[in-house]
Design a protein around this ligand. Structure first.
Ligand code: SAH
Length: 279
């Protein structure tokens, strides 16, 4: 084989060109073949002129991954595209499972590069100010590949740990009860008026931001392209923003900069609540 194949795993961010990284643009530009879920391909359509496109539906992920690897093995330059970050609930895992099966190694018959992208939780957070400034956990409510019992366990752990929580895949037409169940679980650990942002289609057509509270979040319109951010015990709403303090205001006077509680680590208001705090 004269030409060495190249396989690029590309996350292109939330969906708007402005949030596509320079490297993502570069490697999509370089590719002979672009492989992806149809909707994702449409989002980068402007970059695809003159390229071969392999667009398949959502359920054909394994086929798509195999095609991408096969074509790179044949010496082509292949970009497999995915929204957000390709390694976060994306195709990178499946591709690397295949690579491990076929015994691929760096320096082998094709190169592999993972290009990071802006994941939904950062995109969504940026639209509502500063909700993720302290420890957070991401949980996908999709039980298509993960048993629901495992998801529940993680929700309990995230609730118990008072993490800010980002819910990916919160709901679809077929998965319509999981969000309510997640809400019930989190209400065991968080107060009902915990601030919540429900963001649909961040940086895409049809973008919609709803600020609500944990006890009311299931009333918002939630679909396949929604990410939900749920505050921790310190998160507060300010105008149309959610703010999770890092603890500066507990430690310093924000106007003078003087230390108020020398040596005491006080992450925001959360420690004002008793340690055994339950809603
Ligand atoms: N790899 C992607 C996640 C894929 S899972 C990433 O890193 O963002 C699909 C889920 O991502 C959706 O159900 C939704 O929760 C979230 N998502 C993807 N794009 C989004 C967008 N533009 N706005 C809000 N949520 C989005």
């Amino acid at each position: 084989m004269d030409k060495k194949g190249e396989l690029y795993l590309v996350g292109f961010g939330p969906g708007h060109f402005n949030h596509l990284t320079f490297r993502a643009r570069e490697v999509i530009g370089r590719a002979d073949v672009v492989v992806g879920y149809r909707t994702y391909i449409d989002l980068v359509a402007d970059l695809l002129e003159g390229k071969e496109i392999v667009a398949t539906g959502m359920t054909e992920e394994i086929d798509r991954a195999r095609v991408a690897v096969d074509r790179a093995q044949k010496g082509e330059r292949v970009a497999i595209v995915s929204s957000g970050d390709v390694g976060i609930y994306g195709m990178a895992g499946l591709i690397f499972e295949i690579l491990s099966e076929i015994g691929w190694k760096p320096g082998g018959d094709f190169s592999v590069e993972v290009i990071p992208g802006i994941t939904a939780l950062s995109a969504v957070a940026s639209l509502v100010g500063a909700p993720l400034t302290h420890d957070f956990a991401a949980v996908s409510l999709s039980d298509l590949l993960t048993p629901w019992a495992v998801i529940e366990k993680r929700l309990h752990a995230a609730g118990e740990g008072d993490f800010v929580i980002a819910l990916y895949n919160p709901q679809s037409k077929r998965r319509d009860w999981q969000l309510k169940r997640a809400q019930e679980i989190l209400l065991q650990y968080k107060v009902p008026d915990t601030p919540v942002a429900v963001v649909k289609s961040a940086y895409r057509e049809g973008e919609r931001i709803v600020l609500t509270t944990l006890d009311r979040m299931a009333e918002a319109e939630v679909g396949m392209l929604t990410t939900i951010l749920i505050g921790n015990a310190s998160t507060f709403r300010y105008l149309d923003f959610l703010v999770t303090p890092r603890g500066y205001s507990g430690k310093y006077d924000l106007e003078s900069g003087e230390i108020l509680h020398k040596g005491i680590d006080r992450p925001g208001r959360s420690l004002n609540r008793p340690p055994d705090f339950k809603a």
